[in-house]
Design a protein around this ligand. Structure first.
Ligand SMILES: C[S@@+](CC[C@H](N)C(=O)[O-])C[C@H]1O[C@@H](n2cnc3c(N)ncnc32)[C@H](O)[C@@H]1O
Length: 320
């Protein structure tokens, strides 16, 4: 199976070795909303989340020792061991699709992008730059006199716009359009109006990225099942430049899993690095630069070989 192709339900290809993902194993307590459930049930669920978090943390530590991981890797081929590990780590395991990962976290305060805590964090706009922002700014800054339109996929409340505008002069006639989930767009729009910020726009249509000068996918591509180039194929006029940043990519098969934010959980997809580049090339882009930063990672307990130990960035331009 070529890297990047959608694996069969419940199976991922690891080199020539099939790795069973046990998607069908529903170790979640329930997939229903906790509305009307008793206090005991809510406490049990909190206890189960805590247990998953502690076991996952412990197993990640064990995995970080190459020798013990070699043993785990051998043992996890056995169905009985996989069942035990799945019971210990709950939603923190490999899934063959984003929707399967979403289903697994749905009983555990999943869908975290809409949680109050997550939105409050996201709303902490104007945050300090992260390491990965420096290469991004290095490539964006020289373009600024020429670019008039930016599309920011999963741009939150406009956090990148606010933080970048402290370091680069974003012209008054530049339009920076943020695409995100409805609740986040609402908050972003309110903040922009409070700040009388006219360069920021908010949209729920990816097609508004049609023909933009710069398309940004920062910290968001792993929340989409489709690799970014496939989303861009719907645009008849392709963006001139594409910045991919803060993206957990893997060198092995694409895999979905959960990110645990403590009080909320998110389903995410780890796309394959080379496959992503090849898909961009297939729609007319050339890779100008790529980088990796260790500011974040997505490590699946017992499966560090399927995980993303760092976040990646890439800068593409349309050929010709
Ligand atoms: C980690 S934040 C990144 C925010 C910002 N781009 C940055 O790098 O600081 C991920 C963003 O992706 C958004 N997102 C996740 N899934 C999405 C979807 N299906 N459609 C639109 N936005 C989505 C979230 O709401 C959130 O604002």
């Amino acid at each position: 199976m070529p890297a990047g192709a959608t694996p069969r339900q419940g199976e991922l290809q690891m080199g020539h070795m099939p790795v069973t993902t046990d998607d069908e194993d529903t170790s979640s307590v329930t997939t229903r909303e906790p509305l009307g459930t008793s206090r005991i049930a809510a406490s049990l669920k909190r206890a189960r989340i805590r247990q998953i978090q502690l076991c996952s943390r412990g197993l990640r530590l064990v995995d970080s020792v190459p020798r013990t991981f070699a043993v785990i890797k051998w043992l996890r081929r056995l169905p009985v061991v996989r069942t035990i590990l799945a019971a210990m780590t709950g939603y923190n395991k490999p899934f063959s699709s984003l929707s399967n990962a979403e289903a697994a976290i749905s009983g555990y305060e999943g869908g975290g992008h809409c949680s109050v805590e997550y939105l409050e964090n996201t709303a902490a706009h104007g945050q300090r730059l992260q390491l990965s922002d420096y290469p991004a700014l290095f490539y964006i800054r020289p373009l600024l006199p020429d670019i008039k339109t930016v599309f920011d996929l999963g741009g939150g409340v406009g956090s990148l716009f606010y933080s970048y505008s402290k370091y680069i002069a974003i012209p008054s006639d530049l339009t920076w359009t943020v695409y995100d989930l409805p609740k986040t767009l609402e908050i972003g729009d309110r903040i922009a109006r409070e700040r009388s910020e006219r360069r920021l726009r908010f949209t729920d249509r990816i097609t508004d990225g049609e023909g933009v000068d710069l398309f940004i996918g920062c910290g968001s591509l792993h929340y989409f099942e489709m690799p970014l180039p496939d989303l861009l194929t719907d645009l008849t006029r392709k963006p001139r430049y594409v910045l991919v940043n803060r993206t957990p990519l893997v060198d092995g098969p694409p895999v979905a899993t959960a990110q645990d934010g403590g009080t909320y959980r998110l389903a995410c997809k780890l796309h394959n690095r080379l496959d992503l580049i090849h898909r961009f090339e297939a729609i007319g882009y050339e890779l100008v630069a790529d980088w990796r930063t260790s500011e974040a990672s997505v490590i699946i307990p017992c499966y560090p070989d399927l995980s993303a130990p760092n976040y990646s960035g890439m800068f593409f331009q349309l050929k010709g």
